[in-house]
Design a binder for this molecule. Sequence first.
Ligand code: SF4
Ligand SMILES: [Zn+2]
Ligand SMILES: [Zn+2]
Length: 324
Amino acid sequence: MKCKRCRKAAAAIELPSHHSAFCPECFFVFFKRQVREGIRKHRLLSPGDRVLVCVSGGKDSLVLWDVLMEMGYETEGLYIDLGIEGYSERSREKVEAYARERGKRPVVVELAKEGIPIPEAARCIRMQECSICGTVKRYFFNRVAAEGGFDVVATGHNLDDECARLLGNLLHWQRDHLARQHPYLPESGAGLVRKVKPLWRVSELETAAYGFLKGIDYVTEECPMSVHATSLVYKEALSLIEESMPGSRIVFYQGFLDEGNPLRRAAESGAADGGEADGGTEGGEAPHPCAACGAPTYAETCTYCRLKELVRKRREGRSKEAAG
Ligand code: SF4
Ligand SMILES: [Zn+2]
Ligand SMILES: [Zn+2]
């Protein structure tokens, strides 16, 4: 099959949802156009922004960093070492190698050094790894960005991720989660940095193809904790729908973001204050600094500090038991 854009080279990727097929060069043009459109549509980034890109070593986040650099944004990478044996080391190597080749050094946060490595913390307080991980990552994304004077934090969530999240939120009618689901979450004067998802228009397949055709070396294994993630079930369901009705995902998510969508309007009125501050939004009140670490929160101390304190106490209790 020939590329439908240049009509000369052989197509390397077929995209039924766009009724198209592209050779590598034309696919790069198409992909960047999609990302640029996603940025423009919701004014995610401005030309002078300093962007902190959260990189996990996987395809989405490294592709995001790559595209933003090529588009001329001033970027730095942030890698959070979750303390997952083997997987964390291998992911970190990929991030550091990618950065080194481009004359960069990522900011690295080691959760083991912070006293909260995910698997051990989860065992201590008998919680799901992914729930702890989400809270801790969000905390450090904001903290590193605020301390480093970044204008914005960018994450590599793609269309498949966002659709799976939307389906999950709708199935359970999670109104507060729906209120905070958007590729653009605004900053607040209280120390909350703007958060954006510039890949929201491109699918997982497109991101993987971009990474592969560009020769980006990313970690292909999934996080070992992801096996029980419900998002995988939603992704599978959406893949079935997409297969028989190409283009369903983008219609589903764009429709949700549409300003005319009554669900969106209701969600926005709930999220009017402070985007994604710790502990959600409460009665229009603005977040204030956490008494322990200064991060924006609605409670006396932020969720991260409370989590860390709980892990510390349980760890102490366990070692006392073991000693006695
Ligand atoms: S699968 Fe869970 S533990 Fe692993 S990176 Fe994702 S949220 Fe964190
Ligand atoms: Zn072409
Ligand atoms: Zn705190």
